[in-house]
Write a protein that binds this ligand. Sequence first.
Ligand code: ADP
Ligand code: ADP
Length: 225
Amino acid sequence: MKAVVLKNVEKSFNGTMACADISLSINRGEFFTFLGPSGCGKTTILRLIAGFIRPDKGKIFLKDKDITHLAPEKRKVGMVFQNYALFPFMSVSENIAYGLKIQKRPEKEIQEKLETYIAMVGMDGFEDRNIAELSGGEQQRVALARSLAIEPAVLLLDEPLSNLDARLRDRMRLEIKSLQKRLGITTIFVTHDQTEALTMSDRIAVFNKGRCIQTGTPEDIYANP
Ligand code: ADP
Ligand code: ADP
């Protein structure tokens, strides 16, 4: 069973083709990267998988189930946005609990999950801090914890490192990779940075102008750029 399958997916905005005839298959537990320059359609595909937008053509499957027309909250997908999209006037705990509250999980379970995921991203002691008081790296960890707390089948990471300074970017790259390995969670990572793609991924899909032009392991891509 594949974790995510896209079959001939197409999406235009006002006559501009954002992604054209995309077919991809992502394995369970895989760290899969979409690599390509700005504007080549990477984020559009993430938003299609998350269900925030619908394709004009084609189908999307999650664990063999056709989710093309399923509402976003019914897909088991967690997304971390480039700007983290945290609620700035809520605490760390309130941000992480948000998705669980929407899913109406029991309060006891919410408390347990909060403890687990705050510890997992190394934010113990920050539970009651406001988002506005956190550094970029700390906000990144809260955004990760918020996505992981709903225990998604697939984790979508949209340029999660691009707003961090170089030092923090190196650290978060290692942290994200080790967390992904430990959880074995299927992850789709979007970047325009070739080094990030080559060092973090099991497989890479290279995009250009809305098309997927190459798919392979980092070794394949490095050997045939
Ligand atoms: P990337 O993530 O690779 O930078 P995007 O998926 O964001 O690329 O964008 C692909 C193309 O689709 C771009 O030309 C972009 O301007 C366009 N696009 C994306 N979202 C919208 C939207 N909501 N409305 C209009 N055009 C959009
Ligand atoms: P990092 O090494 O993660 O980049 P920083 O040097 O940015 O950390 O921040 C160090 C500490 O200062 C962190 O614990 C952070 O929460 C705190 N901090 C950063 N910015 C602010 C702020 N505007 N108000 C209060 N605390 C802050």
